[in-house]
Design a protein around this ligand. Structure first.
Ligand SMILES: *Cc1c(COP(=O)(O)O)cnc(C)c1O
Length: 414
């Protein structure tokens, strides 16, 4: 069985966690501080703040920008539910706009048309690792004096050219970027998130809010030579990352180049092997973007039955996922007023298929996926699939990837 994804974790990460456990400090402490410094240096951000996950990062980002009741945040429906939930958590409402015609990212023109006097911020998503058109989005944001939050959950290691300069996502180009270290993303700490910004005031707020609004950190109190009484200067949260997670994150970050290089090789192989299949198109990378290929999405002609194709592949041991969800079609966000067409978003959900892509995947396995996909496409075009009972393609939560057999499979060769 070829899975959709596998975390790339090995002895080095296990040893780092082992050392953190035995260090005497397991909550947010020196490893978190070091992970933040490593991360900031890697993406080229003046400030990086580690938190418990990307959803809490998005919540703090919205709160730092003053997003609150009565406000609107312009974003895509075509994203993981957390992008919208973070806006709702601040008491504000998302205004959903459509994606571009030739990809899965927010359409800058649709953003411009969605701006109202209630608009408080723009939240763009670098979907499945492909950078958004930040040049166009930043121009719109500046023209309307609106801050830009980048949901970069999937985009660690992705690069973009803005103003003639190549830089990593998180540099930051917008006001705040938010990253995820969930096992389904490109590097993982089990759970984890990071905020980057160039704004020192936001940085201070993130540090305050993630730790109960407490005037002094645990580490500073611990190190103090005299007795210190803390105070709680604002209502905060417990959104801390642990030192155990951060120590794993530091090892993962050190291997990011290797990880992204292999992911790009696999994406290029898919591009070659899947070219010329009638009814199927491969993803397009604009010349100003370099994806980390967090996911590889192929697009089917509308005549092809997405579910039948996915079932055919599953029956032949190839796991796939359908295109990115649409929040406006989920009960959790069904009360959002729909003002703009979301036709492309719905079409992308229903006609895109995500293929297996993980660092440990061999060229041979990429070939197996490509061959079986080619076969299944031929069957789908002929409409020759025998009618058989369909198993509902279950959206497997990534947590269920952590089975004993996966733990073995996750181990690196050598
Ligand atoms: C995964 C993901 C999130 C949520 O990240 P967590 O770390 O699991 O909270 C948010 N936005 C997007 C686009 C994602 O893919």
């Amino acid at each position: 069985m070829i899975p959709i994804a596998k975390p790339f974790l090995g002895e080095a990460e296990a040893n780092a966690a082992h050392a953190a456990v035995l260090s005497g400090w397991v909550s947010q402490g020196p490893q978190v501080a070091a992970f933040e410094a490593d991360f900031a240096a890697l993406v080229g951000a003046p400030h990086a703040v580690a938190v418990s996950n990307c959803t809490t990062a998005l919540h703090l980002a919205c709160q730092a920008l003053g997003v609150g009741p009565g406000d609107e945040v312009i974003t895509v429906s075509h994203s993981f539910i957390a992008s919208g939930n973070a806006i709702r958590q601040c008491g504000a409402m998302p205004v959903f706009v459509d994606i571009e015609a030739d990809g899965y990212n927010i359409d800058p023109e649709a953003v411009a048309q969605a701006i109202t006097p209630r608009s408080k911020a723009i939240l763009c998503v670098h979907q499945i690792g492909m950078p958004c058109d930040l040049t166009a989005l930043l121009a719109i944001a500046r023209a309307h004096d609106l801050p830009l939050i980048e949901d970069a959950a999937c985009a660690i290691g992705s690069e973009i050219r803005v103003d003639g300069q190549w830089g990593k996502i998180g540099a930051p180009h917008g006001d705040i970027a938010c990253f995820s270290f969930h096992p389904r993303k490109v590097i993982t700490t089990g759970e984890g998130g990071m905020l980057t910004t160039r704004n020192a005031e936001y940085d201070a707020k993130f540090r305050l809010w993630r730790q109960h609004g407490m005037s002094i950190s645990d580490t500073a109190r611990h190190a103090a030579a005299s007795v210190v009484f803390e105070s709680y200067i604002e209502r905060g949260y417990n959104y801390r990352m642990t030192d155990i997670q951060a120590s794993v994150g530091r090892v993962q970050l050190g291997r990011l180049d290797e990880i992204v290089r292999r992911r790009r090789e696999i994406a290029a192989l898919y591009g070659e092997m899947l070219s010329g299949i009638e009814g199927l198109s491969t993803p397009v990378e604009p010349d100003w973007a370099r994806s980390n290929w967090q996911s590889y999405a192929v697009r089917l002609d509308s005549a092809i039955d997405q579910r039948a194709l996915m079932q055919g592949l599953l029956d032949r041991d190839v796991t796939t996922r359908r295109g990115i969800m649409c929040m406006h079609l989920e009960p959790a966000q069904a009360d959002v007023e729909l003002r703009h067409s979301l036709k492309r978003s719905e079409e992308a959900r229903d006609h895109a298929v995500l293929l297996p892509l993980y660092v440990q995947m061999s060229d041979g396995e990429v070939g197996i996926v490509a061959d079986r996909l080619r076969d299944e496409m031929a069957k789908a075009r002929r409409g020759a699939r025998p009618a058989k009972p369909r198993r509902e393609p279950v959206a497997v939560p990534a947590a269920s990837m952590h089975t004993a057999s996966d733990a073995v499979a996750m181990r690196e060769p050598g």
